[in-house]
Structure formats: C-alpha cells, structure tokens
Design a protein around this ligand. Structure first.
Ligand code: HAM
Length: 421
C-alpha cells in the first residue's frame, strides 16, 4: 500500500469543515482591515529563501526541501510566505513611494522537521504582509488583527509575546553583548552553535539541543531591550502604547528573537496552552530592510504567519463545535423508478440553492430514513408508485413531524419560499 509521506497529512471530512471555517474567518477579518489575497507559487528559486530568511538559520541550513529541477536549477518548496510576497511585489513593480500595500495568503508550506503533534513537513499557514510604512501604529494594528482573527475563529485567551530587536545600531550592540555572553560557554556549545557564534550569533538562541537551550535560558542572557537606540526605544514604546489603547494584552519577552534573519524592531508570537511543546500558534514582526536587501527600494514592512494545523488543534481544545452544514432535504425512493425521478427533482432543488441527499441504489425506506435522520435534514420527500399516479410527492417536515401530499409547485414554494421561480 502506498501511504502519505511522513510529516504530511490528509485532511478529511468532517475536519475539512473546520478548515473551511478558519480560512473563511481569515478572509473575513483580514479583508475588514483592507488586506487583499495574494497567491504565489509553491516553489521558488532557492536563492530567494537563502537571501531573505538567512543562510545560518535552521530553516535554510536544515529544513528546506531543495532539489535540482530537470535543467539543474536549484528549486525550493516554500518554507514560508514573506519572501515569496516580497518577490512577487518586486517582480510586478507594486512598490511605490507613499503607497501602503496589504496582502494575505493561505496555503501549504514545507519544512523538513521532525514530525510531532502540531509539527509537520507539509503544513499550512495563513499570513499577512503590510508594506509602505515605518509607523508603530502598523505593527500594533497587525498584532491586533491577528488576535481578532483568532478570536473570530473561536480561539480565545491567547498570549501575545512581544519583543523588539531594534534598528541596525541596536542589533549591533545586542550582538556584541550576546557574543560576550557566549564566549566563555563556547566549548560547551554544539558544533552548529559554535559556528553560529562566529557568523550570526543571534541564531544560537534558536538552538533546539537541550544542553545549548539550558545555557541560553539562563537569567543572565542579555536582553534585546537593554541595548536599544533611542529611536528604537521610541518605536517600541509606540507599539506598546497602541496595543494598550486597543486592549490587546501582551507579555514582554526580552529574549524572544524568532528564527528568521529579516526581522527588525517589533517581533511577536502568539502562544496557546492546548498546543503543548509546539505552542506557537503564530508569529511575525517588522522587516524594514528586507525589500531593499532583495533588490527593491527602502520600504518598511510588517506581517505574521499563523499555523493552521495548530489553530485547528487549539479549536479542538477550545471545544468549539465544528460548524455543521446538514443537507436541507432527503429524497426517499419508494421504488426503483423513483431513484431516477429523485435525481431530476434534486437537480431542480439544487439549482434553487438547496442541499439535497439522494440515493443511487434502492434501499429499504427504513435504511433511507436512518440516513436522513443522521444527516439532520429538515425535510424528507417521498416518491413512489402512489405519488406518481397522483402527480404528487409526499413531504414530511422533520421538525414538526407532519406529512402531506403536495404538487411540485407547492413543494418548491414550501422549500424555497424566497426563490423567484
Ligand atoms: P514562523 O514563526 O516560522 O514565521 O511560522 C509561523 C507559524 O507557522 C508558526 O508559529 C507555526 O504555527 C507554523 N509552523 C511553522 N513551522 C511549522 C511546522 N513544521 N508544522 C506546523 N506548523 C508550523 C514565518 O513563517 C514568517 N513568515 C511569519 C511572518 C510573516 N513574519 C512576517 N511576516
């Protein structure tokens, strides 16, 4: 038997209804904030991710699905969406001075990680990217939108972890402080961290190896907020002030750095208790140099990504009943000929917007009624020899329990009262 690859999953009904629900919530909430959908390809040139996410990050060093295509070009299945959106905006010349751009996207992402609950190799994100402003109002608005989206989907009580990496001067000062902290620990660090300490010291904080994690969770690990320039401090104060005004609760975590190199200033993560070890429901931040580094103008941006597998797990934890869409009508065939008559009637009803349950093979009335009941239909229509002779159908209102014979016109008026026929 051929099975799905490790770290990938089929999403089956009725779970697909929950997925449709969260995707619809994303569309509803993001569009209220003025974000429009963008769809970019699932694979890109490898270079795009190496340059944007950073060549010493875990994602680029260990987790990308990279392969040569038939012409020997290096291709990568997208591990995230931000780089793809920036590439698309540059390619289609969407950036312009003074212009705000707001995009959202939903789709599969790929990272070669060790699969466990809430962590897959093909997973799904819904994310947003906002370009064209350096204002801290934008950071706060995007964080608030993330929280409102999660609430709208049914996840409450999330915790927003907030931090800032500051501007270039702040980050240089922080790197120096972290380097000084790391130096005496160097011999105890894993090989990767020893290399990172030299090339990109911030990335030691992402290490998942327990002995390194222990060193980097010590209370004396430098805080990014200790080395902020006055301008960076002002930006951070602005973000917090607006979050307070919007009543978005947050916890400051001065050791949060997030595992992608493109961030500047604000970074944030949203966690949820139901997720266990993989507790980040989503995360994001500001990236003021990314567009420029990718060959575009100097344009600031801010965005986030939410993991949909994790959101669905959190919804289960929240005991939110998945939305149910029972069919409206079940058509019951009392003889073989009625099976075909029912298909014609179902066609009429479906064209008027009703959802209809029909059968292809004759079963006992009892078996057909059992299916209608378990589907939760509001109406049942019977057709058989007697009804045919009279040119009528028998209609049963499942809530009231009442049955009556009615003509086709009567049936359509009863079931589709607001339809103009
Ligand atoms: P990220 O933190 O790498 O950020 O991913 C965002 C979310 O995707 C995570 O919080 C998690 O819920 C989900 N996720 C990541 N990896 C996996 C996995 N292997 N399995 C299941 N879920 C996963 C980004 O990707 C940035 N592009 C976010 C961003 C947008 N920053 C600015 N704009």
């Amino acid at each position: 038997m051929i099975t799905a690859l490790r770290g990938t999953a089929d999403i089956l009904p009725p779970d697909t209804a929950v997925w449709q629900h969260v995707e619809q919530c994303a569309r509803d909430v993001f569009s209220r904030y003025g974000f429009a959908e963008i769809r970019t390809p699932i694979f890109e040139q490898t270079e795009l991710f190496v340059r944007s996410i950073g060549d010493t990050t875990d994602i680029v060093e260990k987790e990308m699905y990279t392969f040569p295509d038939r012409k020997g070009r290096s291709i990568t299945l997208r591990p995230e969406g931000t780089a793809c959106v920036v590439r698309a905006c540059l390619e289609h010349k969407l950036f312009a001075p003074g212009k705000i751009l707001k995009f959202f996207y939903t789709g599969p992402m790929f990272r070669y990680e060790r699969p466990q609950a809430g962590r897959q190799r093909q997973f799904h994100q819904t994310g947003v990217e906002l370009f064209g402003t350096y204002s801290p109002l934008a950071d706060a608005d995007v964080i608030a939108m993330m929280v409102r989206f999660l609430e709208h989907a049914g996840v409450h009580n999330v915790t927003v972890q907030l931090n800032t990496l500051g501007d270039a001067a702040s980050r240089a000062a922080y790197r120096a402080a972290l380097q000084a902290f790391v130096a005496p620990h160097l011999p105890a660090l894993c090989e990767d961290c020893q290399r990172r300490a030299e090339r990109n010291v911030l990335r030691v904080l992402d290490c998942k190896i327990p002995s390194c994690k222990a060193i980097f969770s010590a209370p004396d690990v430098p805080r990014t907020t200790a080395t902020l320039s006055p301008a960076a401090q002002q930006h951070y104060d602005g973000v917090r002030r607006v979050l307070d005004a919007l009543h978005i609760a947050y916890i400051e975590d001065p050791r949060l750095v997030r595992g992608l190199d493109y961030y500047t200033h604000t970074i944030f993560e949203v966690r949820h208790g139901a997720l266990g070890a993989q507790d980040a429901l989503g995360g994001g931040g500001r990236y003021d140099n990314l567009v420029h580094e990718m060959g575009g103008p100097q344009i600031g941006g801010v965005g986030f990504g939410v993991g949909l597998e994790r959101l669905v797990i959190a919804l289960r934890g929240a005991q939110t009943a998945p939305p149910q869409f029972p069919p409206d009508v079940a058509l019951i065939a009392l003889d073989a000929r009625a099976l075909q008559d029912n298909l014609t009637l179902a066609d009429e009803l479906r064209r008027r917007g009703l959802s209809v349950l029909t059968a292809y093979e004759l079963q006992s009335v009892k078996a057909q009624m059992r299916q209608a009941n378990s589907a939760g239909v509001a109406w049942v229509v019977f057709q058989g020899e007697d009804e045919r002779r009279q040119g009528m159908v028998k209609l049963k209102d499942m809530r009231a329990g009442a049955e009556r014979l009615c003509s086709l016109d009567d049936l359509l008026t009863t079931l589709c009262p607001q339809q103009i026929r």
